[in-house]
Each structure stands twice: as C-alpha cells, then as structure tokens.
Write a protein that binds this ligand. Structure first.
Ligand SMILES: Nc1ncnc2c1ncn2[C@@H]1O[C@H](COP(=O)(O)OP(=O)(O)OP(=O)(O)O)[C@@H](O)[C@H]1O
Ligand SMILES: O=C(O)[C@@H]1CCC(=O)N(CCc2ccc(Cl)cc2)[C@H]1c1ccccc1Cl
Length: 321
C-alpha cells in the first residue's frame, strides 16, 4: 500500500555495492518530499503550484489533479495521454519536462519544469504586438520544438500562445499535452525488425479532437482528423498573431470563426512585414499537403540569421519591445 500511495517508482539511482557490483535503486518521490508554494494557475481539472524539492532545493511546478473531478468529467484518458506524451518528450529544452508522477488517495501529481515567465500570451497582451526580431526568435524556438515533437511521433493539436510558456531565461517551454496525439509507428510486419521508424509517415491522421477555435486547421473541421501539418497551420496563426496583435481568424462566435477558416477569410493589417506575410501565406494553406514543411519553414527568408539546433537555446532571448 505504501508503494502505491507514494506512486510508482519514478527514477533509478545507479549505485555500486561494496564489491563494485552495479546496484539500481528506485527513487520514490511523494508529497512529503516537497514544500508547496504559491498557486501558479488553475486549469479545468487541475491546480498548478510552485514547489521546492526538500532534499535538492530545486524548484518545480507541480500540477495537482483531483481524481474525483477527473473521473466525473470522464477525463481519465487525457491524464494518461499527458503522462505518456511527456514521457516521450524528455530531451528537448522547448518542452516542459515531466520529472516525477505520484498520487495519494485524492490527487494525482505531475512534477514539471517551472516556467516562471508564465504564458507567451501574457507578454503579447502587454506588448500588443512583437517586433520582427522577437517574433523571429520565439517563432524559431516554437518551430524547433514542434520539429522535435513530430520526430518523436507526437502531434500537439492545441498549439497557441497560452500553451507556450516561458522559463526564467525567457526561453520557450511548450506545455498542455493532454490533447496531443501519439502516432503509433506503422506495424512494419515483422515486429522485431531492426528498423523501427521513430514516427509514423507524415500524413498519418489522428482521431477526432478539436483544439481552440482560432487555431483549428481546416482539415480538422473538414474531416475531423489532424495531422502533423495541423500543428504548422497553428504555427502560422501564431506568427501572424505575434506581429498583428490578434489571430488571423477571429469572429463573434466559434461557428463564425470556423466559417472564416474554411473560407481562408483573413487579411493582413497595413504595415504587416512583407517577408513575414510571405511565410504566413505559405502556412495558412487549406490543403495540408501543400503547406510548407518544417524544413522549408526553417529555410524561409523570415528566419534568415537564426542558428537552428543547440545554439538557438544557448543565446540570450531578445528583450521584448
Ligand atoms: N510548468 C508550468 N510552470 C508554470 N506555470 C504553469 C506550468 N504549467 C501550467 N502553468 C500555469 O498554470 C495554469 C493551469 O495550467 P494547466 O495545464 O493545469 O491547465 P490549462 O491547460 O491552462 O487549462 P485547461 O486544463 O482548462 O486546458 C496555466 O494558466 C499555466 O499558465
Ligand atoms: O500510469 C502511471 O504512472 C500510474 C500507474 C498506477 C496508478 O494508479 N496511476 C493512477 C491511475 C489513475 C488515473 C486517473 C485517475 Cl482519476 C485515478 C487514477 C498512474 C498515475 C500515477 C500518478 C500520476 C499519474 C498517473 Cl496516470
């Protein structure tokens, strides 16, 4: 019972016994290992609290989910998807890292990277619009992270400025994977084959789920299925929104917003930078197969000057202006 209440083993400590024989020890973390601090935010089924590990003094964000509420709202599936997705996306600086999970009789706990800068949306609201340099930097970090997710066979499906958090270096930390889709690699016939693609082919379709109205792709509205290119549609909406201060498709209600999307009914405000306009026009394309691929986006003139890869995450974030 003790084992269960304190959650499954969450980490392996590699040690050696007196004779130098390797010994693996399971580290179990539980509520008692943390000092809980302020509430960082509330979700529909969750509360996120700042917390400090009492042994290491490292700071985390701990997402606490109420079991009764989750069961009542039939969201158990989303809890498992969030856990499984985060457990697949463990080695990229742009994804909020999941360190431990544990539970007690009332709650589930996800111990996550603390993104102390809060949501990108918050900064955008305060600035009204970003200049090109900031849009380029944040766009590049978001794209680099989306590329990593796709290579690991994960479609986010709800990319938006609320789900792009910022850490204490003002670098991107993408969150909210409860509605993500894990593309199971195609069964290559012989399961034991040496070559196992780390992700399904690009045009694999995911099951039905609709994200946030303003960022939903036309294919999702047409035939209820999202694909990797659906994340790139949302990416196009985000680039537009950072520079324009509002999303490209926004109407009085969700249905009218959907009508604008499927009709590709949007226009650029006066003064919208030409190069960025060209990029957005090649992303907000109704046919997902004709949308720019990640490789082509990275080579687009708008991202001239960006060093892709590790360098992008070591440089100083531009001051928001
Ligand atoms: N790792 C984190 N670091 C700092 N703040 C966070 C972190 N994760 C979430 N938050 C903040 O806590 C709030 C609640 O996040 P949570 O993921 O629990 O719910 P949500 O996804 O925002 O809402 P919903 O579940 O309705 O989609 C968010 O507003 C977010 O800004
Ligand atoms: O998959 C796991 O890592 C364990 C396995 C053992 C276990 O009991 N749980 C909790 C399962 C669960 C999920 C949702 C609710 Cl509402 C209640 C229990 C899982 C769990 C523990 C802590 C946090 C999240 C989860 Cl899914």
């Amino acid at each position: 019972e003790e084992w269960k209440d304190r959650g499954a083993a969450v980490g392996i400590q590699q040690d050696y016994d007196a004779n130098g024989k390797p010994v693996s020890r399971y580290i179990k973390k539980g509520v008692k290992d943390f000092n809980f601090g302020q509430t960082l935010g509330e979700g529909s089924y969750s509360t996120v609290l700042a917390a400090t590990d009492r042994q290491t003094l490292k700071e985390y964000a701990i997402k606490v989910l109420d079991k009764r509420h989750i069961i009542k709202e039939k969201k158990v599936k989303y809890v498992n998807i969030e856990k499984d997705t985060l457990n697949r996306l463990t080695d990229h600086p742009g994804v909020v890292r999941l360190y431990y999970t544990f539970q007690d009789e009332r709650s589930l706990y996800f111990v996550l990277d603390l993104a102390s800068g809060g949501e990108l949306l918050g900064f955008l609201k305060r600035m009204t619009t970003f200049d090109e340099e900031c849009t380029r930097f944040y766009g590049a970090q978001i794209l680099d992270t989306v590329e990593y997710m796709h290579r690991r066979g994960v479609i986010h499906r709800d990319l938006k400025p609320e789900n792009v958090l910022l850490d204490d270096n003002m670098h991107v930390k993408i969150t909210d994977f409860g509605t993500a889709k894990i593309l199971d690699p195609p069964n290559t016939g012989s399961g034991s084959s040496a070559f196992q693609p780390d992700a399904a082919p690009d045009n694999t379709r995911a099951s039905s789920f609709v994200g946030t109205a303003e960022y939903v792709s036309p294919e999702l509205l047409a035939d209820k299925n999202a694909c990797k290119a659906s994340d790139l549609w949302a990416f196009g909406c985000i680039i537009y929104q950072l520079l324009a201060g509002r999303p490209p498709f926004k109407a009085g209600n969700e249905y009218q917003t959907f009508q604008k999307i499927v009709a590709l009914d949007y226009e650029f405000p006066r003064g919208f930078p030409e190069v960025a306009r060209d990029l957005v026009e090649r992303l907000l394309v109704l046919d997902p197969q004709r949308r720019l691929s990640i490789e082509h986006i990275k080579n687009h003139q708008f991202f001239d000057g960006i060093t892709w890869g590790r360098g992008l995450w070591q440089q100083k974030a531009p001051r928001l202006k």
